[in-house]
Every structure is written in C-alpha cells, then in structure tokens.
Ligand binder design. Structure first.
Ligand code: FAD
Length: 567
C-alpha cells in the first residue's frame, strides 16, 4: 500500500467541526497523520498582540489538543517552535511527508507565507491541499464574481456571494483520527533564544526564543504564558472550541433572540453578559466555524417566520459584513490596511500639524492644535483618560477585557478620528490590533475606514456624542462605574459629565478633577475633559467637508507632501 503521510497544519482553524480542509486531509486515508501548529515569528515578534489575545490563543490550542487526544490518544496538537517557511522544508524530508493540508488564509501576510511554503513543498514533491473554510464564501471567488473589484458594500458582497453559490452547510467533526508517524527533529534548528518582550512596541527576532523546536521537554507541548515569559492576562474571557460551541448552543436555544436580533438595538453599555453574541474571538481563531454559526442561525430564522430580522441588521447580516471586509481585503491586499496607495480609501489630511507663527508663537493651524497636543489626545484616548467617562470606560474595557461592543467601537473610533480628535484612523487601528481578542486584520481596517468615513460610509456629519450616546443606553452609568472606578460613587446625574457636578457632589463621591490622567495621576483623581466636544465636533465636520470637497482618493498626495505621518 502506498504511504500517505499527511501533515495537517492548524492556523486559522483551531477546531474539529466544519473544517473542509481537515476533511480533505482525512479523506486521503493517511498512513501517518500529524496535526501541528507552528510558531510564527511574524505574530510573535512583528505583529502587535496583547497578553489577552495570547491567552485566548493558548486556550484554543489546549482545547483543540484535548479534543484531538480524545479521538486518538497517540495524538495531540503538536506545536513546533520554528517559522513555517524554514521549518517545512526540513520536516518534509525528516518525516517523509507526502501531503500538506491547511485552511486557506487570505490575510496579506498569510498569502505571502503560504506561497513560500507551497514552493518548498513543490520542490520536495509534497502535494499541497488548501481549502476555504474561514468565511461564508471563498473570498477570492467573491472577488472574481465582483469583477475583480473589492466588495465595498453589503449589496456587492451579497450579489457576488450569490453568484459563487449557496453557502455550504457545515461538515460534522471527525469521529476518529489516524495515528502519527515518527517525529524526528534531528535537523538543524532555527529557533530563537529568549522569550519575546511584549512591552516592546515592535519586538525583534533577537529578543526571541525557545531552546528546542519541540519545546523544553521535547514533547511538542503547547507553551504556557509563564514559559513565554508573559504575566497573566487580565481578560475574564476564555477561548476554545468547546466554549464556542456551548455558547452558540445557548444562543440558538433562545430562538427569539436569534431570530429577531437587530444590531442597532443591542446595548453597547451591557457587559455581563454582552448584548451581542461575543463569538468574534472564537471566529477569529477559527474555534467556531462561521458556516456553522450562519446555518444554525438561518435555520432558526427560517422556522421563526414572521417577525424575524434580516440583513444587514440581523445576525446573519453581521456575518455578511465579515465576508464583505474579507473580500475587500482579498482584492486589495496589503494596501487595504492603510490609506497610502489604497484606491478605495479617501485621503483626509488628518491632523495636519498646525502652523505656528515663529515670530509670535501663535498657533494658526487649520485645526487649532499643535501636533504635540494631538499626540497627547491620542495617548489619552488610548489609555482611557480623556475626561469623557463614556469613552474612557470603553477604552479601559478594551484594554482590560480585550473586547468592546460594536457600537462602543463606533463611539471611540468616531471620537478619535472625525468626531473629536481628528487623528488618523490607522493610529486607532493599531491600538485595536494590540488589544482586541478578536483582532481580524480585514474587519479591523474595514471598520476603521467605515467609522472615519474614508471608505464604506460617508455621512461624516453624523457624530457620536461622548455624553448623549452612552446615556441613551445606560442612564445609571454601570459601564462607567465598572471600568472607571474613580467615578463609581458619583451621582447618576453627573456620571457622564463629572465636570458639571457641584463640588459637594464630587467630594461626596471622593472625586477630584485634576491632571491629564497620564503622567501626573494621583489616587482619586480623574481628568477634566480634554477639549470642548461641541467645538471639536464642528471643527472636525468643517474639516471633513473641506476634505470631501477636494475629493482626493489614495494618498499619492499625502505621501508627496510628507504630511501623512506627521502627527
Ligand atoms: P455580533 O453582533 O454577535 O455579530 C456576530 C459576528 O458577526 C461577530 O462575531 C463578527 O464575526 C461578525 N461581525 C459583526 N459585526 C461586524 C462588523 N461590523 N464587521 C465585521 N464583522 C462583524 N470585528 C472583528 O471580528 N475583528 C476586528 O478586529 C474588528 N475591529 C473593529 C473595529 C472597529 C473600529 C469597529 C467599529 C468594529 C470592529 N469589528 C471587528 C466589528 C464588530 O465590532 C465585532 O465583530 C463585534 O463587535 C464582535 O462582537 P460579537 O461577536 O458579539 O458580534
């Protein structure tokens, strides 16, 4: 019998259920089968990733590994600590691999990495099988059916998706898994020497490291936070396919919630439990299949009949948005994540440094602040000390828990960009990249463009108030009391606007309004608002109007005049 020695490479799909790629691997009837995960220096050292996301990833790996072992005690998720590009050529040879199978990854870096690995496989005579499974439809097929163009609207993705075909029904999880073969690693290894420094804004490969490709015990174990040299995560949210499926079951059992879900009616102030499904981090790591999610919901909707909601506001509509951003990214590649050279992203001269008259020192800039002030605003936004409790609560929720409701993301993204600070959306997207559990390159960039009115959405005159919007959902300010404990005892009348509280009320609540919250933070102090919001909103709207009138797309102009990175 011919030997079929198959490596199944887990990456964006940390699950056993509904995996077309895993099914393809098992359909080969392997004589040896290795489920592996490779540490990728790109994510470890170059991409931003906070502690909470690391913890969630390790949770997903551990859960998957347990499920694999249940199906075959000789197996687990084997973790190999070397970059896939350098690792695979050696593995192909040492393990006498005949097939490499994995789920398609259309992220820009993913494509680049996979190209290198596929070339190595070709050279080694290894057959590569790649299957789409991360989105409702294969994003590349959607782009083809959209005439090669990025999908910039819900209508576009629905029309193109419809032409690709019906969304496939989920595939059941396998009931058994084949045995592994030998796993020699007696080849030259290329692993780093020290653990990465999570505090460095961009880690370097010099910081890196693991003693052996198979881990300190040589058993291909999943790393722990401790072993990685990381302190504990702060998020209460835990990852894994089992939790994801339980969570989905619970949602589906509530047929009314599932069938009548309307995103705009869900509260951004509700956090325990969140008003939306909180399935995004599981989708990100592939611990939950998006098609499983889609069809479980669609079946409830179909049975519910009259009164069920429909896209774009329904639950399935949310998943369509996800596919829309994935297909936009698939068409545009790396430029989707930036304004520069991105043909679909409108150029806005975000916080052009204002012009200071050198003779008088008077700032005459267009947007009335100097770049140092704008940079301080950015930092205060990032660390949740703007002096607007609603914004601060949301940003601290993001940092502490790694998640924020969609409309909360709307509030803070609008505030940072076109509705307050007039700071470049790419700066905000970087913070989300670091702190979100569910950070998805396509969804993050796409939604930041939406909120900053640089693509997908253009109604820049509609701004979120950092006071009225939160109040509408949560009069008592529960979210603020939880995440901004300095204000926890303040009367509800002032919780969104502590600067309006009379001194005796502030005193009673133990609040002192003082400082900027960054370098001079004293216990019991909370800053005054960093600007007059109404004034800033008008300045931003006027500036946006001007930028829209000029109507520049892409950024050749900003690159040419050197202004786009000046903040
Ligand atoms: P639900 O409302 O329960 O929706 C179900 C699923 O649909 C989500 O899990 C998600 O996969 C998908 N979905 C819902 N809304 C969107 C949307 N607007 N765009 C794309 N997919 C959506 N989502 C991410 O998954 N990763 C990101 O990095 C990300 N960054 C964002 C940045 C900004 C500035 C904004 C405004 C939104 C961002 N979103 C991102 C979209 C959205 O906020 C989250 O998907 C959602 O809040 C996740 O919570 P949930 O699972 O409870 O969502």
């Amino acid at each position: 019998m011919a030997k079929t020695r198959v490596i199944y490479w887990f990456r964006t799909d940390l699950r056993l259920h509904d995996s077309p790629a895993l099914k393809a691997a098992l359909d080969l009837n392997p004589t040896a089968f290795w489920p592996i995960f490779t540490w990728d220096p790109h994510y470890v050292y170059r991409a931003r990733g906070g502690l909470n996301r690391w913890q969630f990833l390790l949770d997903c790996q551990n859960d998957l590994s347990k499920s694999i072992t249940k199906l075959n005690p000789k197996l687990k998720l084997f973790v190999l600590r070397e970059a896939p590009q350098s690792l695979f050529p050696k593995l192909f040879k040492a393990w006498e691999v005949t097939h490499l199978v994995f789920e398609k990854d259309t992220d820009s870096y993913g494509r680049e990495r996979d190209q290198v690995v596929m070339e190595a496989a070709k050279k080694a005579g290894v057959v590569v099988i790649v299957k789409s499974g991360r989105t409702l439809w294969d994003s590349d097929e959607v782009v083809k059916k959209n005439g090669g163009e990025p999908t910039m609207s819900m209508a576009a993705v629905r029309a193109a998706g419809g032409k690709v075909g019906k969304i496939p029904r989920p595939i059941p999880a396998p009931k058994r898994l084949p045995d592994p073969g030998e796993m020699p690693v007696d080849f030259e290894q290329d692993q780093p020497e020290t653990a990465p420094d999570l505090n460095a804004s961009r880690r370097t490969e010099k910081d890196t490291g693991y003693k052996s490709i198979a881990g300190p015990s040589g058993d291909f174990a999943i790393e722990t936070m401790e072993e990685l040299g990381f302190p504990s995560a702060t998020t209460p949210h835990r990852g894994g396919e089992s939790i994801a499926l339980e969570r989905l079951d619970k949602i589906i059992q509530d047929t009314k919630y599932t069938a009548t879900f309307e995103k705009p009616n869900t509260s951004p102030a509700q956090f325990d439990p969140p008003a939306t499904t909180f399935l995004s981090p599981f989708l990100h790591f592939g611990a939950l299949s998006v098609r499983e999610f889609y069809w479980r919901v669609q079946d409830v909707v179909d049975a519910y009949g009259k009164g069920a909601s429909s896209p774009p506001t329904s639950l399935t509509g949310q998943l369509l948005f996800r596919d829309m951003y994935f297909a936009a990214q698939a068409a545009l590649g790396p430029v989707f994540h930036q304004t520069a050279n991105n043909p679909t992203c409108r150029f806005i001269p975000w916080h052009l440094p204002s012009k200071t008259d050198p003779s008088t020192g008077i700032v005459t800039g267009e947007y009335h602040v100097d770049s140092d002030t704008a940079e301080t605003w950015f930092k205060r936004w990032k660390h949740g000390v703007t002096g607007f409790p609603w914004i601060d609560a949301l940003m601290r929720q993001l940092k502490q828990d790694g998640w924020m409701h969609h409309l909360g993301r709307h509030s803070v993204a609008c505030f940072l960009t076109r509705g307050g600070c007039y700071v470049d959306w790419e700066r905000g997207a970087e913070v989300f990249e670091e702190w979100l559990l569910d950070h998805e390159p396509a969804c993050n960039a796409g939604n930041w463009q939406w909120l900053s009115c640089t693509a997908f959405f253009a109604q820049f005159f509609r701004c979120y108030s950092p006071v009225a919007f939160g109040k509408k959902w949560d009069k008592e300010g529960a979210l603020i009391r939880k995440f901004v404990p300095e204000l926890k005892d303040l009367d509800a009348k002032y919780i969104y606007e502590p600067w309006k509280a009379p001194l005796p009320d502030l005193k009673k609540a133990g609040v002192r309004l003082k400082g900027n919250g960054l370098d001079d933070k004293e216990d019991g102090t909370y800053p005054k608002p960093m600007f007059d919001f109404n004034e800033r909103r008008q300045i931003c709207i006027d500036a946006m109007k001007k930028a829209y009138d000029v109507d520049l797309h892409g950024t050749d102009k900003q690159v040419l005049d050197g202004s786009w990175r000046e903040l």
